[in-house]
Design a protein around this ligand. Structure first.
Ligand code: S3P
Length: 435
């Protein structure tokens, strides 16, 4: 059933909202907890489809993970670095690229065990060689469709050797997979990225007791010395800035809006969205900045105001890669033409987000010129309600909801349920903030 949006014309957005736990940190807390010794207690874990996929895979390999329910701490009973059992069946990663890629790194080194990873229609189209290629340099054996690029992927676990690996793309999924493989390889491994990607793995692995150092220009080189076992930890997951992004943009573009988003993770490798909103002249304040279990956190207050066009290039992309769809909505409301370049990675996300946003926002009257590596978005456009489709992408679904908020007339959104991949309560929060 399509969802009717934008029928509350004239209603602004007001109030406080607590976004669910950070998706990246949630996956890592489950995975690292699974291979630690002892119990890991996770508070604030994201109770959404993607982390549920990670938990289900871990359970299938003999890891006890307590039920994942909103507001309840999750307990993971670690099985140690090499304690994962060979699963009796295929491991289903659902829609989750992070699950599949990190799992490849984790499982490639489990000698004498066989694993098969698959996922939904979207995930089975996403490139996996970016992980399998470098893992092969460490001695991994991973086979799949199209020369090992596409799932289903079969892993024959082997003892791996450490290596120095330069990754061609700045991807935290690739980096994290290699760091996981490095934990039990023979000899040290160094991963060198072109630009630093999000560093949640580095922070959390160190907290769990791994021997890991970060160096190089702009923190682009990470070295793991294998050896120490990981120890179970208490992890507190902050709210996801990638989910907060929808409210930040909605607040900035909706006349009369005044929103406070509480408990948002403000790790500098993730806050590109704040830099861009600042560039646009958006009225955003960081309140109550603090440190929670090794990650910076704060509350963000946003009010409506005039916006200028933005310019985003390749150096900034890793710090806001998931926020481009909603920033495209903001661009429609700004003065001038906004530009995104160096963003070819968006074409291999849950959908081809450059094409999908150009198509769907275009149906609402946006003027977007699409390029191989980005787009130009004309500002000063009055969006109009239309029949649009998430095309199964969670971030597209929520971005279109933000667009519908300021469009003239009603919008109907096909496949709104996609939002549950990262933000199951999104539609309830939207209704509440409009009320
Ligand atoms: C993620 C990294 C990013 C991001 C994804 C989550 C992670 O992907 O788009 O939503 O948790 O490591 P890439 O590493 O492919 O850029």
């Amino acid at each position: 059933m399509p969802l009717a949006l934008g029928t509350t014309a004239g209603r602004s957005l007001r109030g406080r909202v607590r976004v669910p736990g950070d998706k990246s940190i949630s996956h890592r807390a489950l995975l690292f907890g699974a291979i630690a010794e002892g119990t890991t207690r996770i508070e604030g874990l994201l109770p959404a489809e993607d982390p549920l996929s990670t938990a289900a895979c871990l359970r299938a390999m003999g890891v006890e993970v307590s039920p994942i329910e909103a507001g309840q701490p999750v307990l993971v009973q670690g099985v140690g670095l090499d304690g994962l059992q060979e699963p009796a069946s295929i491991l289903d990663c659902g829609n989750s690229g992070t699950t599949m890629r990190l799992m490849l790194g984790l499982l490639a080194g489990r000698a004498d065990r066989h694993f098969v990873l698959t996922g939904d229609d979207s995930l089975r189209r996403r490139p996996m060689k970016r992980v399998g290629g470098p893992l092969a340099e460490m001695g991994a054996s991973i086979a799949g469709r199209q020369g090992g690029n596409l799932a289903p992927l079969a892993i024959q676990g082997r003892r791996l050797r450490g290596a120095v690996i330069r990754t061609p793309v700045a991807s935290a999924q690739v980096k994290s997979a290699l760091l996981l493989a490095a934990l039990t390889a023979e000899g040290p491994t160094t991963v060198i990225e072109p630009v630093q990607s999000r560093d949640h793995s580095e922070r959390m692995l160190r907290a769990f007791g791994a021997d890991l150092t970060v160096g190089g220009p702009g923190a682009t080189e990470v070295t793991v010395n294998p050896g120490p076992s990981l120890r179970g930890q208490a992890v507190v997951v902050p709210g996801d800035i990638s989910s907060a992004a929808f409210w930040l943009v909605a607040g900035a573009i909706t006349p009369g809006a005044e929103l406070t988003v509480e408990n948002v993770g403000l790790n500098p490798s993730r806050t590109g969205i704040l830099d861009v909103l600042d560039q646009m002249g958006a009225r955003i304040e960081v309140l109550n900045a603090r440190d929670v279990a090794g990650e910076p956190v704060g509350d963000l207050r946003v009010t409506h105001g005039p916006l200028q066009a933005f310019n985003i290039d390749a150096t900034l992309i890793p710090r806001l890669v998931d926020e481009i769809p909603v920033l495209a909505v903001a661009a429609c409301c700004a003065e001038g033409v906004s530009r995104v370049s160096g963003a070819e990675e968006l074409r291999v996300k849950e959908t081809d987000r450059l094409a999908v946003m150009a198509r769907q926002l275009g149906a609402m009257g946006a003027r977007i010129e699409e390029f191989a590596d980005g787009m130009a978005i004309a500002g000063g456009v009055q969006l109009r309600g239309a029949a649009v489709d998430s095309e199964t992408d969670h971030r597209v679904a929520m971005s279109l909801a933000v667009a519908a908020q300021i469009a003239s007339g009603a919008t109907s959104l096909e496949r709104p349920e996609a939002a549950a991949v990262s933000y199951p309560g999104f539609w309830d929060d939207l209704q509440r903030l409009q009320a």
